[in-house]
Design a protein around this ligand. Structure first.
Ligand SMILES: C[S@@+](CC[C@H](N)C(=O)[O-])C[C@H]1O[C@@H](n2cnc3c(N)ncnc32)[C@H](O)[C@@H]1O
Length: 289
């Protein structure tokens, strides 16, 4: 046996990786491919087209270290240091929530409203985390100004770096503060993906302890942050503006009630995600509200 034969082929490495990725992931095969692509510094298409190619000794060591980290619960995006959201690559660290595909619905809703209202260009992104919402909006609407807030200074550092990476840092002002507690008086669009999992539920989920609790814990009923945000938003929304807030799958009715209380007379909708779950509360006010 040559020393080369002791190195795993890509197809063997993928099988080894999947034994671990299936422990924590809903997409173990894709995660194994993404990990191999990262280690080999090759696109997924190359990884899939070269099953008989062998890893170098260094790559095999990196694979084995990465699999140990994944096995102990480190999410793959933290291990890679980046994750994709809305077609853009975002740096992520354990200080920020890993951007989720469901949140792309919020970006879609905000972008479609902004395109229909070309004179309304002041947006807020509350609880910006990695900055994925603020950056995606700014990238698609070049004359948009976004005020992005978070209470976590570590998250804001990641968000700032992402804004610079995507060359939209001139359009976004990052502020460490609670919710909408900023000097700018009125926003045309207020976006938020706040923490919305109830504390008790969160403690029973795999994600607990792996991603920041501050990003996930919505208090006793999960609605603590959404409730405060809905109370504050009417004062800060420009006439004829839009509020879009991500919610949990079972929070549609409660979020609807909170929005109706805050924005009497507005057009209020609960939007569902691709899985058919309640995912967004969308409030559009007219110039009289
Ligand atoms: C669910 S994460 C969303 C992160 C990012 N916007 C996304 O969609 O991936 C919620 C974020 O809100 C921040 N946060 C929690 N409470 C907050 C508050 N009272 N004011 C501002 N930000 C808050 C957390 O630090 C976290 O970054």
């Amino acid at each position: 046996m040559s020393s080369d034969d002791r190195q795993l082929t890509i197809s063997e490495a993928l099988r080894e990786a999947q034994k671990i990725t299936r422990l924590h992931s809903d997409s173990p095969s894709l995660d194994a491919q993404v990990l191999l692509g990262h280690i080999l510094q090759k696109p997924l298409s190359w990884v899939l087209a070269h099953p008989e190619s062998r890893l170098s000794p260094d790559q095999q060591v990196t694979l084995s270290q990465s699999l140990s980290q994944l096995e102990s619960g480190t999410p793959l995006p933290y291990l890679l240091g980046h994750w994709e959201f809305y077609g853009l690559k975002f740096s992520v660290s354990p200080a920020v929530l890993i951007p989720r595909p469901e949140t792309e619905l919020l970006v879609e809703a905000a972008l479609s409203w902004l395109r229909a209202h070309p004179d309304q260009r002041a947006a807020a992104d509350i609880g910006t985390g990695s900055g994925c919402i603020a950056v995606a909006l700014a990238k698609h609407i070049p004359d948009l100004h976004v005020t992005a807030t978070d209470t976590s200074p570590e998250a804001l550092e990641v968000a700032q770096a992402n804004a610079e990476k995507h060359a939209v840092d001139q359009q976004i002002e990052f502020i460490q503060t609670d919710l909408l507690n900023v000097e700018r008086s009125l926003f045309d669009v207020i976006c938020a993906n706040p923490p919305y999992i109830s504390t008790a539920t969160l403690h029973s989920l795999k994600v607990y302890g792996r991603e920041p609790t501050l990003a996930l814990d919505g208090g006793a009923d999960g609605l603590k942050v959404i409730r405060t945000l809905m109370k504050e938003a009417p004062e800060r929304l420009a006439p004829g503006g839009l509020v879009v807030v991500e919610i949990g799958a079972s929070q549609g009715l409660s979020a609807l009630a909170l929005a109706q209380e805050a924005f009497a007379g507005a057009d209020i909708q609960i939007l569902t995600d691709l899985a058919g779950h309640d995912r967004l509360v969308r409030v559009e006010t007219n110039h009289e509200n």
